[in-house]
Design a protein around this ligand. Structure first.
Ligand code: PLP
Length: 353
């Protein structure tokens, strides 16, 4: 990637001259690698500017038959699905979560009907890491003739992801979640599923997404896909050690969705009676960077939506901190994070007493 940037010797992949052909080769190779990592064919991959655009392309691009107007989405969906669904339809049904953080499949069975055009369920929650039973949802949706979109942005690279195995019609991934650049992503579209392009213009991406390809970003996504193919998926060992240490050393912590199957990198922790905003500040002073609810317009952190959807209180959702591990995390990082949590919680709880 650096060679390409430094040499500046790249052309527009749509150009027929030698430099264009070289760049096209890079884009084609990346497409093959991304397709391999998803166990699908390259012609089913559309490169986009990220997960948000891939989700928009799926939701806005899918054809709604006139007798079907409802969209069903899970309560855990990322804003790029949640807000888009509400933008395009006044009839959005929310599939609730259960208290343990899993998807309420009984409720889904009631919600998904012959009026449903599209069902959107993410493969893993970006907030708790809980893995949702997308395959079951796809069975329900297809049995009534609805299409299924799966946001696999958080799951990709952390677990086996195959749109065919999940039986979904479209599936999105994003580069920055797998150590590729930010500003690149992809949408899988199953053969036979028609998607209306949302960015029109030239014939790029087989007409599904006009505009000269972000080939450096695409190359980085191809490299990340190659790493996933070679390196396998992340182990949960460090995350599990971190959580064990927290529970052993600190009273009054709850691990969200602890009892359901989760992706191996995510730990969502409620530090009861401590505000997540204060916890984040303290953790950062020890060099530990974590996250909590998104910042709202007033500058304060909003409660973590998925924690609320699990039936927990606003107070719990405002005391939730999410820790993310990656293939770059070490045992030393984990111990540092654990110690920082213990020290920070001690200081903040002491101040309350
Ligand atoms: N979906 C999920 C589950 C995410 O966590 C994110 C981003 O973090 C997105 C979609 C959006 O992806 P992007 O930032 O590439 O637009």
């Amino acid at each position: 990637m650096l060679d390409l940037i430094i040499s500046g010797s790249y052309g527009n992949p749509s150009s027929t001259h030698y430099l264009g052909r070289e760049t096209k080769k890079i884009v084609d190779q990346a497409r093959e690698l991304v397709a391999d990592s998803l166990f699908c064919d390259p012609e089913n991959i559309i490169f986009t500017s990220g997960g948000t655009e891939a989700n928009n392309l799926a939701l806005r691009g899918i054809h709604f038959p006139s007798n079907r107007f409802r969209i069903a989405i899970s309560a855990a969906e990322h804003s790029s699905v949640y807000n888009t669904a509400h933008e395009i339809s006044p009839f959005v049904d929310i599939i609730p979560l259960k208290k343990d953080g899993s998807l309420d499949l009984d409720a889904a069975r009631e919600i998904i009907t012959s009026e449903t055009a599209l069902v959107c369920v993410m493969l893993a929650s970006n907030e708790t890491g809980a893995i949702f039973d997308v395959k079951k949802i796809a069975e329900m949706a297809h049995s009534v003739g609805a299409l299924v979109h799966c946001d696999a942005v958080q799951a990709y690279g952390k677990m086996f992801v195959s749109p065919y195995e999940l039986c979904v019609d479209t599936l999105s991934i994003s580069g920055h979640k797998v150590h590729a650049q930010s500003g690149v992503g992809a949408l899988f579209v199953a053969p036979g599923v028609f998607i209306r392009p949302q960015i029109t213009g030239g014939p790029h991406e087989r007409g599904f997404r006009a505009g000269t390809e972000n080939y450096i970003g695409i190359l980085s996504l191809g490299c990340a896909a190659e790493d996933i193919l070679k390196g396998g998926y992340l182990s949960s060992a460090l995350r599990d050690l971190f959580e064990k240490g927290l529970k052993y050393k600190l009273q009054n912590v709850t691990i969200n969705a602890e009892d359901v199957e989760r992706i191996p990198n995510t730990s969502s922790v409620i530090f009861h009676s401590i505000s997540s905003a204060e916890m984040l500040l303290h953790l950062e002073s020890y060099g530990v960077i974590a996250s909590a609810g998104s910042a709202c317009s007033s500058g304060f952190l909003s409660p973590v939506k998925t924690v609320l959807a699990m039936g927990k209180s606003t107070e719990d959702a405002l005391s939730t901190v999410r820790f993310s591990f990656s293939k770059l995390s070490t045992m030393q990082d984990t111990v540092t994070a654990l110690e920082a949590c213990i020290l920070s919680a001690d200081v903040l709880r002491h101040r309350l007493n």
